[in-house]
Design a binder for this molecule. Structure first.
Ligand SMILES: O=C[C@H](O)[C@H](O)COP(=O)(O)O
Ligand SMILES: C=C(OP(=O)(O)O)C(=O)O
Length: 347
């Protein structure tokens, strides 16, 4: 007789390989570990304002096709090398998408793009892809959404975001307190900065919470706190927050909270009204303020892909335009390259 009190809405429950098993199957190797550790040191220095270069976290809104994603990574790696004296480029390698209501939730959740939700395969593809990007000499950035995911991929990631929809979540703040890389907390979708500031404070503290061990066993995890967290301004329901007055207000709020004043500004999302045509103008204004002497602006974010815009999804996979986003609209490669060259000249 079926239980009347449990699993009433559970259709399936598929065990995953343990994080340790996946790491053994797709090892990071010593060279990549050194690279990730070194890039995190560079990022901490940049984010604390002690490196004259400007951080740009740039890449597709989401990776849905690893082949075109890798072509993008090749182009970005070559550009990063050319601009390395002025800019520190980190590639957006986003595998988990937080949805406002519903939609495709990213390569880890649904790697076949067909609703089959083959998470073990998604985790494998994510690890393989991260290794390929690192092998090009590019540091990686991602949003960490599900608190179990870091055990599978965080060793290959140099910087993480906690998004606008989860910055107020205790679960995500606890998770960030144990992460080994710098973490940026976004202001909330409403535009509220206080939640992000509180998140930075909470993540800096030791925390004990429910997690999963490398062996895949549900565990009580105790952290020591992550001192390398910061705030990201991404605009909100009432408009953008990359203008001088908003940035100055954010800096004052950080100082009042006894936090370092370093800020990363997202040129995408509500700062461009999700309109990729507006993104270059937003990015130029962020760079202008930094070039004019605002050293509290330590970095910027851009959503960029091989092809401009976005395409509606779901649709038959053979109708997908290669190199175009299936989530938020992105600027194209040519625009990205020109913008980053221009920023390097101005800074
Ligand atoms: O960057 C991605 C999106 O802005 C985020 O996942 C929310 O997307 P949605 O509002 O289309 O669900
Ligand atoms: C979802 C994202 O951003 P936000 O949390 O600012 O909406 C993102 O960068 O993919």
């Amino acid at each position: 007789m079926p239980s009347r009190v449990t699993d009433l809405h559970v259709a399936r429950n598929v065990p995953l390989p343990s994080p340790a098993r996946l790491q053994a199957e797709i090892p990071r190797g010593d060279g990549r570990a050194d690279f990730v550790a070194q890039s995190r040191v560079h990022l901490r220095t940049l984010l604390s304002g002690n490196d004259p270069r400007f951080l740009v976290i740039v890449g597709p809104c989401s990776i849905h096709d690893t082949d075109s994603g890798l072509e993008y990574a090749h182009r970005l790696a070559a550009l990063a090398e050319r601009l390395r004296d002025k800019l520190y480029l980190v590639m957006r390698v986003y595998f988990e998408k937080p949805r406002t209501t519903v939609g495709w939730k990213g390569l880890i959740m649904d790697p076949h793009l067909d609703g089959t939700d083959d998470i073990p395969e998604g985790l494998r593809r994510a690890r393989h892809f991260l290794r390929s990007v690192i092998d090009l000499g590019l540091p990686t950035a991602t949003e960490l959404l599900d608190p179990i995911t870091p055990q599978y991929i965080a060793d290959l990631i140099s910087w993480s975001a906690i998004g606008a929809r989860t910055a107020e979540s205790q679960t995500h703040r606890q998770m960030a307190s144990g992460l080994s890389m710098p973490v940026g907390f976004k202001n909330t979708t409403s535009g509220d900065l206080t939640a992000a500031i509180n998140a930075v404070k909470a993540a800096a503290m030791p925390q004990t919470f429910l997690g999963v061990s490398e062996e895949g066993i549900a565990s009580s995890v105790t952290t020591t706190g992550n001192p390398s967290c910061h705030v990201i301004l991404r605009g909100g329901d009432h408009g953008p927050n990359y203008d001088e007055a908003s940035i100055s207000a954010a800096r004052e709020a950080l100082l009042a909270a006894k936090l370092a004043p370093g800020l990363v500004i997202d040129a995408s999302h509500a700062n461009c009204g999700k309109d990729c045509a507006k993104m270059p103008g937003v990015f130029r204004e962020i760079v202008r303020q930094r070039a004019a002497g605002d050293r509290s602006i330590t970095g910027a974010m851009l959503e960029s892909n091989l092809v401009a815009g976005s395409q509606s999804f779901p649709k038959p996979l053979n109708q997908l335009i290669r190199g175009q986003s299936i989530t938020d609209s992105c600027i194209d490669w040519e625009t990205t390259e020109a913008l980053l060259h221009e920023a390097a000249e101005k800074l």
